[in-house]
Design a protein around this ligand. Structure first.
Ligand code: ATP
Ligand code: MG
Length: 342
């Protein structure tokens, strides 16, 4: 369970999560643990992306609105400290929508259609000919989120790499128009587990695919999820040699267990034969119960005081708005639309 990486203290960090459901183990190893480490010595903003959540939920918006505070509680429960990290709410930072409008004019539809993550999401969501314009263009709004805060470092899962590539293209174009480096380019910070698979091993664990182990999963949910995990279908008897390739139990043991020497021993034993799936699942279940219980308990305490969560978001928004407003002024001026500021 290594999680070391190098950054410079001058890196500004921005990342976020769609408010489409509670956070899960994929978020935990893909990004949240890094955010907890980064906050100690970086300027870090975390955005609850409620507007982006609407891009595929306009007619089911309750799914988004009801999850905003859940996501904030998840942040706090894993150790995001609001005195070190600015936590803010996308819909309440108007400069982000304005930036999105300006950036929309420098991105072609063809470029948006080429984004591989958006492409596969469109297929998974079965939009066919009815892709919401907001969905196709959400990489532009992500570019607005990142650049608004002058971010240079974005801790994300690997599904976000195409978004950062598009962000940097937009940065270049706007800087060309402005004839000055008014926006900064960014790079991704990937963890050792940039794409945690779902328990069936078929897809990335994702809120909208309903294949998650949530950070507040109950003991029973954890047990059932581990029991149903995909292993090696050819490993029929305990004494048979098993494969750890694509074996989700071992993927998770590698991602989550605190003693990787022990996991290495288990791998060897499994490959040789003599270690049953029931046993490996038992070890994994214990490990996940241990990780999730304190998060689940803390999260509930935070959710018991919703007024405090709202206060935190308002406080974060104030700070976020100040920064984003400064950026949008620069971008507006680059198009010569600052005549009222003279
Ligand atoms: P949705 O299905 O609504 O898109 P999601 O589960 O994909 O939700 P996001 O809010 O889109 O979660 O992602 C938030 C952050 O967490 C992004 O940086 C994303 O790359 C990362 N992330 C999401 N799922 C995983 C995963 N399975 N493994 C690693 N990182 C992940
Ligand atoms: Mg996603």
């Amino acid at each position: 369970m290594t999680n070391t990486f190098s950054t410079t203290d001058t890196d500004i960090v921005l990342t976020g999560d769609r408010a489409t459901g509670p956070l899960h183990l994929g978020h935990f190893v893909g990004s949240l643990k890094q955010r907890v480490q980064l906050q100690a010595n970086h300027d870090q903003t975390i955005l609850v992306a409620d507007m982006q959540g609407l891009t595929d939920n306009a007619f089911t918006s309750e799914k988004v609105s009801s999850n905003i505070l859940n996501v904030v509680a998840d942040y706090l429960a894993v150790g995001i400290d609001p005195s070190l990290t600015t936590i803010c709410l996308q819909s309440h930072i108007p400069a982000l929508a304005e930036l999105t409008m300006y950036y929309s004019n420098v991105v072609s539809i063809a470029r948006l259609e080429r984004n591989p993550t958006v492409k596969s999401e469109i297929t998974n969501k079965n939009f066919q000919r009815s892709i919401p314009a907001g969905f196709l263009t959400y990489p532009i709004s992500q570019a607005a989120d990142i650049t608004a805060f002058n971010a240079t470092l974005v801790p994300v899962g690997d599904d976000q790499l195409p978004m950062l590539e598009q962000t940097n293209e937009i940065v270049k174009k706007i800087n060309t128009i402005a004839q000055a480096p008014i926006l900064r380019s960014c790079h991704a910070l990937l963890s050792d587990y940039p794409r945690l698979p779902s328990t069936d091993g078929k897809n990335k664990m994702s809120k909208s695919m309903g294949n998650t182990i949530n950070l507040h999963a109950s003991e029973k949910d954890i047990r059932l999820a581990v029991q149903s995990m995909y292993t090696d279908p050819n490993h029929l008897k305990v004494e048979d040699p098993g494969s750890i390739e694509g074996n989700v139990v071992f993927t998770y043991l590698t991602a989550f267990h605190s003693d990787q020497d022990y996991v290495d021993q288990l791998k060897q034993q499994y490959q040789k034969g003599g270690l049953g799936d029931g046993q490996t699942k038992k070890i994994l279940e214990e490990c996940l119960q241990e990780i999730i219980k304190p998060i689940r308990d803390k999260r509930q305490l935070y959710l018991d005081d919703k007024a405090e969560l709202i206060r935190l978001l308002k406080e974060g928004n104030q700070k976020a708005n100040a920064t984003a407003n400064t950026t949008v002024q620069r971008v507006r001026a680059s198009f010569g639309l600052n005549i009222l500021e003279y």
